[in-house]
Design a protein around this ligand. Structure first.
Ligand code: PMP
Ligand code: GLU
Length: 414
């Protein structure tokens, strides 16, 4: 029988982060205790004043369709936020609101890619970029960015990836999955390369901007190179900063023709983001920002705790991330180890399965993010879960026969 499914769909994988969450939910429903480091979403509720704004909006009858680009009050609030926090000048009609930042990125690619167009995606990358590019007929051009450069794209790496077919560079700082944060000088150097290639657009995904630690600071590349504003899409959303993942509000700011094209797709697909969520988002952006500062402080303490605990485990090495709420530890020291059941751990995916089965700890393999030999572990979870999860991992590692003699010795003292 011929398939109903499109050829393009054949090349698309399920989002590994969503698949991992589903696996954890299924195991828990079956009665297993799982400590979950998979999904990247704050583990606390949306701040009460934002929830109240949503309830008030419903009670006031805001239960209808809105303009496809988003309500004017929300686009005004976003324009004000971009000016206040990022030093970027956008008019409300240069802003479009979607059902999450994911939706905006999806529609931006849908609106701009022709068959075979290339999109530069530095690896490690957020799992959805390459698949979204492929789904729209584009070709993701993956540029590996190793730990030696803090998992960041270099100007030389960018330069060598640009061809005549390049449409976009996708930059994500603070980064999911590594937590890398580009400094102003690093961004400036990358923007100089972009300025030499006027046909390449920049999609800058700044959804983790508020979660930066220590000396790291977030700055939008468009602020540093204002010439890029004519060919940049700034993507952001409320999911992470305001613990609003389920409300599904994200937005893009960019040149009018691109914003109009994305809006056109919204008129033919989702119509608009939920009106109640848009009303709550106005309050989130215009109300007190203490909730964001508090969340950042909480994540900093959790980051320090998880990095310290992971680095005590033989075979696991973890750089402290400068931002977001993910660690991306190397598990290269565990590959080649033998489990108590006699199985050899041949890859990071095997390590993930061993940790889930043996320790009841769920993480995601680095291969899914374009960088094998690592795990992604979200620390948007409680301090107790971090301690208990790392203790369980340490025990599971102690039960392994490790490949390298020095590690084996270390392990016997663990
Ligand atoms: N970009 C990155 C890097 C992310 O990690 C996420 C989280 N899913 C998103 C975009 C999309 O977030 P949302 O759709 O919830 O706004
Ligand atoms: N960004 C989150 C994560 O990486 C949410 C899941 C997703 O949208 O992929 O875990």
């Amino acid at each position: 029988m011929t398939t109903i499914l499109s050829k393009r769909l054949g090349g698309v994988k399920p989002s590994p982060s969503m698949a991992a969450k589903q696996r954890v939910d299924a195991l828990r429903a079956a009665g297993r205790r799982v400590i979950d480091f998979t999904i990247g979403e704050p583990d606390f509720p949306t701040p009460a004043h934002i929830v109240k704004a949503g309830i008030d909006a419903l009670a006031a009858g805001q239960t209808r369709y809105t303009a496809s680009a988003g309500t004017l009050p929300l686009r005004q609030a976003i324009a004000a936020k971009l000016g206040r926090e990022n030093g970027l000048a956008y008019a409300p009609d240069e802003i479009v609101v979607g059902c999450g930042a994911k939706h905006i990125i999806y529609d931006a690619l849908a609106a701009t890619l022709n068959e075979g167009d290339e999109v530069i995606v530095p690896a490690p990358y957020w799992v959805s970029y390459p698949d979204m590019v492929a789904l729209h007929g584009g070709r993701p051009v993956i540029v590996p960015c190793g730990a030696d450069n803090g998992f960041k794209l270099t100007p030389a790496g960018l330069e060598s990836a640009v061809t005549r077919r390049t449409r976009w560079l996708i930059l994500n700082s603070p980064n999911n999955p590594t937590g890398a944060v580009y400094s102003a000088s690093e961004l400036k150097a990358l923007s100089e390369v972009l300025l030499r290639h006027p046909h390449v657009w920049l999609l800058t995904d700044e959804i983790y901007e508020h979660f930066v630690y220590g000396q790291a600071a977030h700055v939008s590349p468009v602020k540093l190179a204002p010439e890029l504003q004519l060919r940049a899409l700034v993507v952001n959303g409320l999911s992470k900063a305001y613990a609003m993942t389920g409300w599904r509000i994200g937005y893009g700011a960019g040149p009018l023709p691109l914003i109009k094209a994305i809006t056109l797709l919204l008129t033919q697909s989702t119509t608009c983001a939920a009106g109640v969520s848009q009303a709550a988002a106005v309050t989130a952006l215009e109300g007190p920002q203490q909730c964001v500062t508090d969340a950042a402080r909480l994540f900093l303490a959790r980051r320090d705790s998880i990095v310290e605990h992971l680095n005590r485990i033989p075979g696991i090495r973890c750089l402290p991330p400068d931002g977001a709420f993910y660690t991306f530890p190397s598990v290269a020291g565990l590959i080649g180890a033998t489990t108590p059941a006699g199985k050899s751990l041949a890859s990071d995916a095997d390590v993930v399965m061993y940790f889930l089965d043996e320790a009841g700890v769920a993480a995601i393999d680095g291969s899914s993010y374009g960088m094998p030999g690592h795990l992604r572990m979200s620390f948007a979870t409680s301090a107790e879960q971090i301690e208990a999860g790392c203790a369980a991992l340490a025990q599971a590692v102690a039960a392994l026969r490790l490949p390298v003699p020095s590690l084996r010795k270390e392990n016997s003292h663990a």
